[in-house]
Design a protein. Sequence first.
Length: 112
Amino acid sequence: MPALTLVTPRGTITIARDVVAAIVAETAARCYGIVGLTTGSRVARLLRRPGVTVAGEAGGLRIALHVVVEHGLNLAEVAATVRSQITYDVERLTGLTVEAVEVFVEDVRVTA
């Protein structure tokens, strides 16, 4: 997929999708209740893709995130918090618009 291009009055900014994926992964790792990221599917594991997908254009990014959540927490609340924080961080750090963040809870895990 091509890089994301943001046109501003002072010039053009091009941001690689991998940069957005890195921001998403770092933000998710800091969110309460998230134990880690997972690839989500066996095919994705074979292709060695991380648990983040960035689709769409600069005016409307669609982000998919596959996570492992701490056991005993409300999954809907954790997912809503992750969605909100990722939207905020990506828009604040890049200037791009986030249209949707889909959070797929792939597993729950008890941590020590």
